[in-house]
Design a protein around this ligand. Sequence first.
Ligand SMILES: C[S@@+](CC[C@H](N)C(=O)[O-])C[C@H]1O[C@@H](n2cnc3c(N)ncnc32)[C@H](O)[C@@H]1O
Length: 189
Amino acid sequence: MIKTRDYYFKRAKREGYLARSAYKLIQLNKKYNLIKKNYDVLDIGCSPGSWVQVSLQFGAKRVVGIDIQKAKVKSSSFEFINQDIGVVDHSKIGKFDVVLSDISPSTKGYFDAEESVELSRKAWMIAKVTLKQNGNFLCKVFQGREFEEFTAELRKHFKFFKISKPKASRKQSREMYLIGAGFKEQKDI
Ligand SMILES: C[S@@+](CC[C@H](N)C(=O)[O-])C[C@H]1O[C@@H](n2cnc3c(N)ncnc32)[C@H](O)[C@@H]1O
């Protein structure tokens, strides 16, 4: 059984983060250095907003977040697009040094890995057209039938690629984090 009020849940409350997932991004960023000072960050599936908080703490200059649910961050450096990822007009949001995707089905209960990969693929479609050359991509995805194919597709587009599971991710969860650094120009693929 999942303990909902675990160590990271309590720590997030104490330290003022909007969700325990803040620590996943903190741990991944300390290891892979994806978000740096003055970077522009796109956060797909951003609500309630703990990754926005963390991105700003790591020095992001501008964070654009997309989600169907409301985000709770108030900052002049944060722009919120309250839309389904499938209908966002990416030609109007600019280019980013980093694209993050923590998107997963919004149902509280069971969902299958394929549903999650489908959302992550949509996030990747947006990342592909909004990432600056040499930009970084972090994408949560659940292990299932399509996992291998999706990771193989991503791997081709980055100079550095890793599959990682931070300490703050529950052991029993099938979520994994794909790290792509150094986005290649299309002609180099
Ligand atoms: C695990 S939560 C993200 C938590 C966030 N990273 C944080 O730290 O606060 C996943 C988010 O994906 C969003 N989501 C699910 N389907 C979506 C869709 N089709 N379009 C946009 N957002 C979606 C959910 O509403 C939910 O807020």
